[in-house]
Design a protein around this ligand. Structure first.
Ligand code: HEM
Length: 486
């Protein structure tokens, strides 16, 4: 193969990429080293801010195949016909560590999917756990600060983690999952994915149901113990996914949903919009709707995986939000993070851009390419406002038929800050999970908790033990005994 000509960033051939121009053999650089200056200046700009959470991740492409039509529940285009195929980009991640941390932290795993549907991008930005530590986004920055490094020492700080949890008993269910034998997945292929939040489907009659996503791994669940994780290669999960796809051993997940009618939601004994609670499968069975397969690695990690921008607000007609207040906070947080981290035109980058026409009146900004991307450049080229006189000649206009049905306010509501800490049961589902575990799982769970909690203050230990005791007295007494013997 002929060698390609090395060029500068604007395509001019480069004569020498080893020697700067100097005044004689031993002299200083001259100012006409524009090529050297370009090279160094670009190097200085190779980094963008890493994600403030989920910084370390791995991405790949794949296909979602619909196996059950959900036509009666949703107008979402990609869920209409059995056999429909939709291209997907997935990114898996750890949460707390920076880009150069280990793949094997005891930490939830992000499970983010981008569906390139015929009616725009749909993102499912979930985790490998069905619940979360919190149910009000106002707590999120404090929570993440407590899980990241100590501001003075720049070291992990288990005492801070437990201090936060001691003051937020709603975290107990997720703590029980995180500290359990499922806390360190052996690979991204060996874990489930969940929307965790409740979302809504609506159909062409304007009827709404609430639903949650479950992506069940077809590879089976596999986890590492603390000792195995300490010894594992920090890139192990990334390597395992890339190698599997390169070898043609494509990982897959069975996509299922749980659905709840609006009428059921009104009277169900659990608040269906509380992110710290699951919907028991016995009341709301899992319904299989599709298969997800990952089958293509990225060509360029930075361009695709690092610049991928997922948002719970990237929704398509037929899928809407719910009154979950954590979800609403996220609707603001993600696009805001993208504008800061990648830029105002992040959605024009190939990994983020819709594969269907994009027609709108947003214009310009840093790094704007041809705008609107994928749209019909001709019809909208000389009009940048709405409404306009070209509406009948093909300029973009809204489609009222995709309007979401109105969301009722169910109660005689007052606008206020509602703190239900004392009124709610945080302990039942955490206790149920503990009671489901076998002896070895209970022992692993309580040992991991005891090792972390022993580093907290006596007051924090006491508060946490009270919470474990409310979940199950055996849960608390095991932790207490192990801490005494450490
Ligand atoms: C109010 C609570 C939350 C806030 C404010 C929040 C905020 C953020 C932010 C700012 C990012 C970085 C986005 C970027 O730079 O592209 C992020 C990433 C992420 N978050 Fe959240 N988050 C919250 C809760 C959750 C929950 C409950 C889940 C899962 C159910 C979740 C899953 C993820 C995932 C998977 C990513 C990584 C997406 C990717 O791969 O690019 N987050 N979050």
């Amino acid at each position: 193969m002929d060698n390609k000509t090395l060029t500068n960033a604007t395509g001019s051939p480069v004569a020498d990429d080893n020697n700067s121009i100097t005044v004689g053999e031993r002299g200083a650089l001259t100012f006409d080293n524009h090529y050297v200056f370009e090279k160094l200046a670009h190097f200085n700009r190779e980094r963008i801010p890493e994600r403030v959470v989920h910084a370390r991740g791995t991405g790949s492409y794949g296909t979602f195949t619909t196996t059950k039509s959900l036509k009666d529940k949703t107008i979402a285009h990609f869920l209409q016909e059995v056999g429909q195929k939709t291209e997907v980009f997935a990114r898996f991640s750890t949460v707390g560590g920076g880009q150069d941390s280990s793949d094997y932290a005891r930490d939830p795993r992000g499970f983010a999917l981008k569906f390139y549907t015929n009616e725009g991008i749909y993102d499912m930005v979930g985790n490998n756990t069905p619940v979360f530590f919190l149910r009000d986004g106002i707590n999120f920055p404090d929570f993440i600060h407590s899980q990241k490094k100590n501001p003075r020492t720049n070291m992990p700080d288990p005492a801070a983690m437990y201090e936060f949890w001691a003051n937020h008993p709603q975290s107990l269910h997720q703590i029980t999952i995180l500290m359990s034998d499922r806390g360190i997945p052996a690979s991204y292929q060996n874990m489930h994915g969940f929307s965790s939040h409740t979302f809504s489907f609506w159909n062409d009659k304007g009827e709404r149901v609430w639903f949650k996503w479950h992506f069940k791994t077809n590879q089976g669940i596999k986890n590492l113990t603390n000792i195995e994780a300490e010894k594992a290669c920090p890139f192990g999960a990334q390597q395992s996914l890339i190698n599997a796809i390169d070898k043609g051993d494509f990982p897959s997940w069975t996509a299922k949903v749980q659905m709840m009618s609006e009428a059921e939601a009104k009277t169900y004994h659990i608040n269906p919009f509380d992110l710290t609670k699951i919907w028991p499968h016995s009341d709301f069975p899992l319904i299989e709707v599709g298969q997800l397969e990952l089958n293509r690695n990225v060509e360029n990690y930075f361009a695709e995986t690092e610049q991928a921008c997922f948002s719970p607000g990237n929704l398509v007609p037929g899928i809407g939000t719910s009154p979950d207040k954590m979800l609403q906070t996220r609707l603001l947080a993600y696009p805001d993070a993208h504008r800061y981290r990648v830029g105002a035109n992040a959605n024009q980058l190939p990994v983020n851009a819709a594969k269907c026409p994009v027609n709108h009146y947003q214009r310009d900004g840093k790094m704007a390419g041809m705008c609107p991307v994928g749209g019909d450049q001709i019809q909208t080229k000389d009009v940048n406002f709405y409404p306009n006189s070209q509406i009948n000649d093909g300029a973009p206009a809204p489609t009222p038929t995709v309007a979401e049905p109105a969301m009722p306010v169910e109660e005689n509501a007052w606008i206020n800050r509602f703190d239900t800490v004392t009124a709610e049961d945080y302990y039942q589902q955490a206790g149920d999970l503990f009671r489901l575990m076998n002896e070895s799982q209970k022992s692993q769970l309580t040992t991991t908790i005891a090792q972390g909690l022993s580093q907290a203050t006596a007051e924090v230990q006491q508060k946490m033990l009270e919470q474990f005791n409310k979940a199950d007295s055996d849960y608390a007494s095991r932790i207490k005994t192990i801490m005494k013997n450490l």
